[in-house]
Write a protein that binds this ligand. Structure first.
Ligand code: G1P
Ligand code: ZN
Length: 549
C-alpha cells in the first residue's frame, strides 16, 4: 500500500502564514483556504514542532469525512513520518468521530491526536475545514499550547515531509511508512466497547423494541456508521431509525448542526408527527447532540441537568458523581441539581477545553454546554452518541416519555427558561463596535432597571481555573438581575464568515410557578431589553436572529 520508495524533504515556504491562530476548536478556515499550497502543511509543522513527545510518540489521526479529510490524512501521515512519530493510529476510511478519537488517545497512551473537522460548520468546497489538536489526556489542547503553535507558525520558513506516492486507500491492518508504523483500524470497535461498559444495552434495546420507536439523524456526517452499528446491528431497531447515515464529503448539502433550524426535518418528525417517541441528532464530528421527544424539544441546558439528576439510572455512574460543570452561558438548571445532590458545580468559560483540568483532577463527572454539548469523564470531549444513550437509558429505566421526564424534573427543581439567539455573518466591524460599546457601558449599569428588574451585576466574565490557577478573561458580557435572570452577550470564536453575535437569555421560575410557557414568551422582556440596550437589531440591520434555540 505505501510505496517503499520515499525520501525525506524540506519544503520552503514563500512566506509564513499569519492567520493560523486556533479558535475555540482548533484552526478553522474555509475549505478553499486549506486547499492553498502549504497552508495545511504549515499548521501541521507548527503542531509537530510544538507538541511534546513527537519523536517516538503515538498519534491518533482521523476526521469527520468532510471534503479535504482524505488529502489531509495523506499529508499528515507523511509529515508524521518525517518527524519521527513512532506510530499513527488511523481508520480505513479516515473517518473517526471526535469522542472516539479522544478515547483512542487515552487507551493508546498517545501523545495526542489530530482531528480533521470544522465540527458543525458546513463542508464541501464552499464550506469549511478544520484541524484540531488534542493532547495526551484526550482533550482539546490548552490555550498555552495553541498559542505556542500559532507563534511558531508566524515565523515558520519550511516544513518536513516524506516524499512518496500519495496514499489513497487503506484497509484494516498494520503498515510501515519510512520508520513510522501506521495502524489502520475500523474506528468504531473501541468506542462501542466503552459505551457497552457504561450503559445497559439489553435494557435499552428491549425498551425501544417494545413500542418506543426512535429516530436518529446523522446529518450525513460522522455518526452514521456508529449509529448504525449501535441502533441497527445491536439494538435491532428498524433501518428507518438512522437517517442520513452515510458520511458525505459535503454532508449532502446539510448544515450538520443539530439544532431546530438546521435539523428541521428531524425536529418536524418529532414536533409535528407521532411516528416516533424519541429523536436525536449529532453534528459533523459527533460531539454535539440534540434530544427531542414526541412533541417536545429538550433544551441542552435542561438536558445536562436531567442527566445529572438521573445519574443513578446508568450503570457507569451508579457510584455517584464527583461534581458537575457547565460553561458560563449555560443555564443554572444543573446548579440546582448539584445543590440537591450535595456536589460541587463549576462555571467555566465557553469551550470544552476548560473542563479538561476538572475532569483530570476528578473534580467533576458530568459537564456540558448550552450549545448541544454534553459529556463525562469517560473521554475528554463532549460526546453526542453517549448523550443519546444516556437519555435512552433513563427513559428505559423509568419507563417514561421524554416530556414526562422533563415535567417531573421541573416540578421538582423549578424551570430555567432559556434561549440563545444567534446573529450570524454580521460584518466584523459592526459586531465589534456593538460589543465594545456594550462592554464600555457595563460599569454604569449596576442598579439600573432592565426588563422591569434591577441590574445587580454587569461584568465581563473571567475564570480562574481551580486546578492550575490560570486566569482566562474577557469571556462574555453578563447582565445579572435581582430576580436571578440574566442575559449574556458573546462573540463566537468558531465562525468563519464575518462575526456571530450570541445572546443568551435565562429566567428562573420556581416549581410552584408557571412551568408551561413558550420560552420566547417567558423571556420576552429580557429579549426586548437587551435589544434596546445593545442596539442589536438597529446596528446589525437584522430584525430577528438567524438561529433561535
Ligand atoms: C461554539 C459553542 C461552544 C462550543 C464550541 C465548539 O463556540 O458556543 O459552546 O464549545 O462551539 O463546539 P462559539 O462559536 O460560541 O465560540
Ligand atoms: Zn462538533
Amino acid at each position: 500500500m505505501f510505496s517503499s520508495k520515499f525520501s525525506q524533504v524540506k519544503v520552503k515556504l514563500p512566506q509564513p502564514f499569519t492567520d493560523q491562530k486556533p479558535g475555540t476548536s482548533g484552526l478553522r478556515k474555509s475549505t478553499l483556504r486549506f486547499q492553498e499550497q502549504h497552508y495545511l502543511e504549515s499548521f501541521v509543522e507548527s503542531i509537530f514542532r510544538t507538541l511534546p513527545g513527537v519523536n517516538g510518540g503515538t498519534l491518533v489521526l482521523g476526521g469527520d469525512g468532510r471534503y479535504g479529510n482524505k488529502r489531509a490524512i495523506d499529508t499528515i501521515l507523511r509529515m508524521a513520518a518525517a518527524h519521527g512519530i513512532q506510530k499513527v493510529i488511523t481508520t480505513f476510511d479516515g473517518v473517526l468521530s471526535t469522542p472516539a478519537a479522544s478515547h483512542l488517545i487515552r487507551i493508546n497512551k498517545a501523545i495526542g491526536g489530530i482531528i480533521l473537522s470544522a465540527s458543525h460548520n458546513p463542508g464541501g468546497l464552499s464550506g469549511d475545514f478544520g484541524v484540531k489538536l488534542n493532547g495526551a489526556n484526550g482533550g482539546p489542547a490548552s490555550e498555552s499550547v495553541t498559542d505556542e503553535i500559532y507563534n511558531f507558525s508566524k515565523t515558520l520558513t519550511e516544513y518536513n515531509i516524506v516524499d512518496c506516492e500519495s496514499i489513497s486507500s487503506f484497509s484494516v491492518g498494520t503498515y510501515k511508512l519510512a520508520s513510522t508504523i501506521v495502524e489502520v483500524i475500523d474506528g468504531i470497535e473501541d468506542y462501542l466497547n466503552l459505551m457497552q461498559k457504561l450503559f445497559d444495552f439489553d435494557l435499552i434495546s428491549s425498551y425501544i423494541k417494545n413500542d418506543f420507536p426512535i429516530v436518529f439523524d446523522s446529518l450525513n456526517a460522522v455518526t452514521g456508521p456508529y449509529a448504525k452499528r449501535i441502533f441497527l446491528d445491536i439494538f435491532g431497531a428498524p433501518a428507518e431509525t438512522v437517517r442520513n447515515g452515510i458520511p458525505l464529503e459535503d454532508f449532502g448539502g446539510i448544515h450538520p448542526d443539530p439544532n431546530l433550524t438546521y435539523a428541521k426535518d428531524l425536529a418536524d418528525l418529532l414536533l409535528k408527527g407521532d411516528r416516533f417517541s424519541f429523536g436525536a441528532a449529532c453534528d459533523g464530528d459527533g460531539d454535539r447532540n440534540m434530544i427531542l421527544g414526541r412533541g417536545c424539544f429538550v433544551n441542552p441546558s435542561d438536558s445536562l441537568a436531567i442527566l445529572a439528576a438521573n445519574y443513578d439510572c446508568v450503570p457507569g455512574y451508579s457510584q455517584g458523581l464527583s461534581g458537575v460543570a457547565r460553561s458560563m452561558p449555560t443555564s443554572s438548571a444543573v446548579d440546582v441539581v448539584a445543590k440537591d445532590l450535595g456536589i460541587k458545580c463549576f462555571e467555566t468559560p465557553t469551550g470544552w477545553k476548560f473542563f479538561g483540568n476538572l475532569l483530570d483532577a476528578n473534580q467533576i463527572t458530568l459537564c456540558g454546554e448550552e450549545s448541544f454539548g454534553t459529556g463525562s469523564d469517560h473521554v475528554r470531549e463532549k460526546d453526542g452518541l453517549w448523550a443519546v444513550l444516556f437519555w435512552l437509558q433513563i427513559l428505559a429505566k423509568k419507563k417514561k416519555s421524554v416530556s414526562e421526564i422533563m415535567k417531573s424534573h421541573w416540578l421538582k427543581f423549578g424551570r430555567h427558561y432559556y434561549s440563545r439567539h444567534d446573529y450570524e455573518s454580521i460584518p466584523s466591524e459592526v459586531a465589534n463596535s456593538l460589543y465594545q460599546r456594550l462592554s464600555l457601558m457595563l460599569p454604569t449599569l449596576k442598579g439600573q432597571s432592565f426588563a422591569d428588574k434591577k441590574i445587580q451585576i454587569a461584568d465581563d466574565f473571567s475564570y480562574t481555573d481551580p486546578v492550575d490557577n490560570s486566569v482566562t478573561s474577557n469571556q462574555g458580557l453578563r447582565i445579572m438581575l435581582d430576580d436571578g435572570s440574566r442575559v449574556v452577550v458573546r462573540l463566537s470564536g468558531t465562525g468563519t464568515q464575518g462575526a456571530t453575535l450570541r445572546v443568551y437569555l435565562e429566567k428562573f421560575v420556581a416549581r410552584t410557578g408557571n412551568l408551561d410557557q413558550n420560552p420566547q414568551l417567558a423571556l420576552d422582556s429580557l429579549i426586548k431589553s437587551i435589544d434596546s440596550l445593545a442596539e442589536i437589531s438597529s446596528r446589525t440591520g437584522m430584525p430577528t436572529p438567524t438561529v433561535i434555540t
